[in-house]
Design a protein around this ligand. Structure first.
Ligand SMILES: [Zn+2]
Length: 247
């Protein structure tokens, strides 16, 4: 009865003050109810579709200002699913979360108590892990090759390819085609040529020159294969079990 009175009868009466009973009923009663319901349903639709996975991307809830605006804060829904016991939806002061603000006000006047907050360190860890995941993904896209797709070859097969004229060298078990890079090599052609057909791991990692981070990134774009067993193992080589005998 209270619901019916406040939802429909009261708006009707207020409209009736200036003779518009139907206006009060339709606009402030029915259409308002429709809009409130639609905005509530947005928590289970738009909030699971639009925005960012701030804390976890294994499930669908997302954070977005637009959803927050029409759901009074529930739009920071990734947070809500990740830390459901926390009374907040948004934790940054400028994010729009009037539901949280109201609960806080009720607490000040004694109408709410024992408000739960998730541990700050856990929240930050969740966000950092997700940020890291996004960064890794961006990096993987930039490094056009995928290790899973590279062919695996024996050391002898690698040498065969070099004999056939390919400018391949290996570093830490991976085969790189440096053919198109030889002329651009800042350390000079002869230096990079000296690594072709060899295991250049030590050379690349400081034996000759300790290459920069950018060089590592650039090198990653030249991957063409993986050596079975990880490369030319010096001790096996000495016993004649791997690659050509020592000169
Ligand atoms: Zn949800």
């Amino acid at each position: 009865m209270i619901a019916l009175s406040t939802a429909y009868i009261l708006p009707c009466c207020i409209g009736g003050l200036w003779g518009d009973w139907w206006g009060g009923f339709v606009y402030a009663g029915i259409i308002r109810t429709f809009l409130v319901q639609q905005s509530t349903f947005c928590v289970n639709s738009i909030a699971h579709w639009l925005g960012d996975h701030t804390y976890d991307d294994r499930n669908s809830p997302r954070d977005h200002l637009f959803t927050a605006l029409i759901t009074l804060g529930e739009g920071y829904h990734n947070f809500h699913h990740e830390f459901p016991s926390d009374y907040r939806n948004a934790i940054v002061w400028y994010q729009y979360d009037p539901t949280k603000w109201m609960i806080w006000v009720w607490k000040q006047v004694g109408l709410a108590h024992n408000l739960k907050l998730f541990r700050r360190a856990e929240i930050e860890k969740g966000k950092l892990q997700q940020d890291q995941k996004k960064l890794d993904l961006t990096l993987a896209k930039l490094r056009s090759t995928n290790l899973q797709l590279l062919p695996v070859m024996e050391w002898s097969e690698y040498l065969d390819q070099v004999r056939k004229g390919r400018s391949w060298l290996t570093i830490a078990g991976l085969v790189y085609d440096v053919g198109t890079f030889v002329e651009e090599h800042p350390g000079g052609r002869s230096m990079i040529y000296s690594g072709i057909g060899k295991d250049a791991t030590a050379m690349f990692h400081g034996g000759v020159y300790n290459h920069s981070n950018a060089a590592h990134q650039l090198l990653a774009t030249m991957q063409v294969g993986i050596i079975r067993g990880g490369g030319e193992v010096e001790i096996l080589k000495r016993h004649g079990k791997c690659g050509p005998p020592l000169k």
